[in-house]
Design a protein around this ligand. Structure first.
Ligand SMILES: [Zn+2]
Ligand SMILES: [Zn+2]
Length: 74
């Protein structure tokens, strides 16, 4: 049984859109959503808009690569 999770931008993120503070976005509780392609100011781990996991640290490419591999095996 498959659980289909469709992650799409519902424009809710625009309500939480983070202002541009320069280089220290991640220090200001701002997180990047890869689906919405936007920086939002949000305390949770998941995007309130699309439900995608937010990136809290800029250097996370290693674990992301692992995730992509797991994803492609479906
Ligand atoms: Zn969105
Ligand atoms: Zn999102």
């Amino acid at each position: 049984m498959f659980m289909l999770i469709i992650m799409t931008c519902k424009k809710i993120c625009l309500d939480h859109k983070a202002e541009n503070f320069g280089k220290n976005r991640y220090l200001n509780n701002q997180k990047r959503c890869q689906i919405c392609e936007i920086f939002i100011q949000w305390e949770g781990t998941w995007c309130p808009c699309c439900g995608h996991m937010l990136r809290t640290h800029p250097r996370n490419s290693k674990s992301r690569k692992k995730f992509d591999i797991l994803k492609s095996r479906h």
